[in-house]
Design a protein around this ligand. Structure first.
Ligand code: ADE
Ligand code: ZN
Length: 337
């Protein structure tokens, strides 16, 4: 089938967890290579387990799956595989979460995690020109001191890390827990983002903006319970890195037709489309676009706006942003369906 225009054009992906990009086949191959015992024998058995009542149920499987990642080579292979797959969807710029706290407690050296992932980004850029970088993820259910320790350990890589982010179980773990960590990351010159308003209340989005001073919000879809916040997000053009298939799989919305992506876009918010944890949620970025277009009846102008927003929200300099937006405008002139 020929891809639609939105699938064919160059795009940015801003919300993807490298550990959440672990395909069942690679998970089983790494378990064999590293002699890690896992309770699944086949990729189909693993896929059958991808059925979640909520975020917590997903996180438990996602954390268990990470146990097969041990060596620097594993992190390289994982990252290179994601970037190769993203390229098939015409992703030209990817900003990806990596979670050291998912690995160091098992004895994996911090350097293996970061060096493996960074080497894959560098190689993929040499091989096919993709740009992007790493978002250092923090487990929000762990303590602020543990998070500060992650930032301290990451200092030798400070110039090669793009941003700091917050992930994990949201309810009961408000952004206000991490003010000192975000202050430290800002001092290191990193960009700042955080998951907020996925399962948690609009107040967590406000905290992320006002206390952590984040530049964008991961998910953020629950903002619609607070009309004043929706207005603020539109006025300040705070990007939301929305992940439609993830939101359906984790029961944030009952189905894609009831997702608020279109309403938020129409309210003037800088909504972007992303994949979060693609094998777990049934699709990479193009599947997120294509299925949202179909379920929500997005117009050509709305689709184009979503792709433009991805570059508008990317942590890149203005020269690269203008280059990507110019490439997009040439391939998809305004008004073309
Ligand atoms: N880690 C990986 N995916 C996540 C999500 N959707 N929410 C919170 N933490 C995550
Ligand atoms: Zn996420």
């Amino acid at each position: 089938m020929t891809p639609s225009l939105v699938e064919a054009v160059p795009k940015a992906e801003l919300h993807i967890h490298l550990e959440g990009s672990l395909e069942p086949d690679m998970l089983l191959a790494l378990a064999a290579r590293n002699k890690v015992d896992i309770p699944y024998k086949t990729a189909d058995e693993l896929r059958a387990a991808y059925d979640f009542a909520n975020l917590q149920e997903f996180l438990e499987l996602y954390w268990a799956g990470q146990s097969v990642l041990i060596t620097e080579r594993d992190f390289y292979d994982l990252t290179y595989a994601y970037l190769t797959r993203a390229r098939q969807d015409n992703v030209v710029h990817a900003e990806a979460y990596i979670l050291p706290q998912g690995h160091t407690p098992r004895g994996v050296p911090f350097a293996a995690v970061l060096d493996g992932a960074l080497a894959a980004f560098a190689e993929a850029q040499r091989d096919f020109g993709i740009t992007g970088g790493l978002i250092l993820g923090l487990n929000r259910h762990e303590s602020e001191d543990a998070a500060l320790d992650v930032v301290r350990q990451a200092r030798p890589w400070r110039d090669r890390i793009l941003a700091l982010g917050l992930e994990g179980p949201e309810k009961g773990n408000p952004p206000s827990k991490f003010v000192r960590v975000y202050d430290a990351a800002r001092d290191l010159g990193w960009h700042l983002t955080a998951h907020a308003g996925e399962e948690g209340p609009p107040a967590y989005i406000v905290e992320a903006l006002d206390l952590l001073k984040v530049e964008r919000i991961d998910h953020g879809v629950r903002c619609d319970r607070d009309p004043l916040l929706v207005r603020r997000l539109a006025e300040e053009r705070v990007p939301l890195t929305v992940c439609p298939l993830s939101n359906v799989m984790l029961k944030v919305f009952p189905n894609l037709a009831q997702h608020n992506l279109r309403r938020l876009l129409r309210a003037g918010l800088c909504v972007t489309v992303n994949s979060d944890d693609p094998p777990y949620f049934g699709g990479y970025v193009n599947a997120n676009y294509a299925q949202s277009v179909k379920a929500l009846g997005l117009t050509a102008a709305e689709q184009q706006r979503l792709v433009r927003n991805g570059f508008e929200a990317a942590f890149i300099d203005d020269e690269l942003r203008e280059r990507y937006l110019g490439d997009l405008d040439r391939l998809w002139p305004a008004g073309k369906a």
